[in-house]
Design a protein around this ligand. Structure first.
Ligand code: FES
Ligand SMILES: [Fe+2]
Length: 364
């Protein structure tokens, strides 16, 4: 169904961008792990200094996955015939003789907020100004809870889902009231972001949320602000305040939804929930993260995977969906991403005769 897509790892994705590739803590319990990102199998490990690094996971000799090997003196040693690679991807160890120019890919990698951020494009164009910074992940101010899900859908369907939270009332009965779809929504945007704000007035929160926000039976106003940043990082900030202005309290939560394409038809979903240490305790943060996880797995993921399967993983906009006003933010984000990708492809074509510099690295 729909036009055939180009193979993964090309212009379908914005390449000159930072993608969440994993959590740094994943390297605390294992010397290395691999994950497919934008169609490429990437191996994460720590070099001799303990600094995370990312290189191609397929050995150039007989294409054995390097994740079946070991890390020795900061090098990845292939488990098949022992070739060794350093963090620049260069083969620096060959028990069978001389090595001339053997190498795997090396990916610029930066660690921020405990997230392994990968630059999947031109290493000569690495832009640290684009590296996402999220104040809600400062652990001295917030209880931060992390989780991971795998989605059997294109990552943009997952962004669409967060950009239109009217679905809460229908898909997440434990989290929504009819104030959600009645809400006033405002959307603003610039070149790389779309912000959509949903203001829900005068509702009594359902019990699961009333417990998190300690609102009890109180009538409250709830605001949900979603900021999408290209290519697919989303910050959702929720604020809850009593309708009765004589009362003086505000509470809320923030969550991050980082979608990284695995392939054209599947995605990694890294999520992080943050609750203010001054207002909520660690136990509430655990309960909130558990409720989110349950909603993601049983409701969002179940629906989005089914939606992707139903359309045969076609590009949804090619199918001319019936667009409603609630789709405004998602459509805007898709257009922006499409333009960024088109500009990048045009730029790559114009610069194709230039040589590509070797990898950069950084822990920021
Ligand atoms: S396949 Fe890796 S050394 Fe032979
Ligand atoms: Fe949802």
């Amino acid at each position: 169904m729909g036009k055939s897509r180009q193979s993964a790892g090309n212009s379908l994705f914005l390449r000159n961008a930072w993608y969440a590739g994993g959590f740094a803590e994943e390297l605390d319990t294992q010397p290395m792990f691999s994950r497919k990102i934008l169609g490429e199998s990437v191996l994460f490990y720590r070099d001799r200094n303990g600094t995370p690094a990312a290189i191609g996971n397929l050995c150039p000799h007989r294409f054995a996955p390097l994740d079946r090997g070991t890390v020795v003196d900061g090098q990845v040693r292939c488990g098949y015939h022992g070739l060794g690679f350093d963090r620049t991807g260069k083969c620096v160890h060959n028990p069978h003789g001389k090595t001339a120019g053997l190498a795997v890919a090396a990916y610029p990698l930066a660690v921020r907020h405990g997230i392994l951020w990968l630059w999947m494009g031109d290493a000569g164009k690495v832009d640290y100004d684009l590296l996402p910074r999220f104040p809600s992940l400062e652990e001295d101010r917030f209880h931060v809870r992390r989780g991971y899900l795998h989605g059997e859908a294109n990552y943009q369907l997952m962004s669409d889902n967060i950009l239109d939270l009217s679905h809460i009332e229908f898909l997440h009965p434990a989290l929504g009231t009819d104030a959600v779809s009645r809400a006033k929504v405002e959307t603003t945007h610039d070149e790389r972001t779309v912000t959509t704000t949903r203001r829900m007035l005068d509702e009594v929160l359902p019990p699961t949320l009333a417990k998190v926000y300690k609102s009890g039976e109180e009538r409250v106003n709830r605001t949900m602000e979603v900021v999408w940043s290209a290519p697919s990082n989303m910050l959702l900030a929720i604020t809850v305040e009593p309708v009765d202005e004589a009362q003086n309290w505000t509470t809320g939560a923030q969550s991050l939804h980082l979608f990284t394409p695995e392939t054209d038809t599947s995605a990694h979903y890294f999520y992080l929930a943050s609750l203010d240490r001054e207002v909520q305790d660690a136990h509430t943060a655990d309960a909130f993260a558990a409720a989110l996880k349950r909603a993601f797995i049983e409701e969002d993921k179940a629906m989005i995977d089914a939606q992707a399967k139903a359309i045969g993983h076609a590009e949804i906009m090619d199918l001319k969906p019936a667009l409603l006003p609630i789709d405004k933010a998602a459509v805007l984000a898709r257009r922006k991403l499409q333009k960024l990708i088109a500009d990048e492809v045009a730029g790559v074509a114009a610069n194709s005769s230039q040589s590509v510099s070797t990898m950069a690295e950084g822990t920021v």
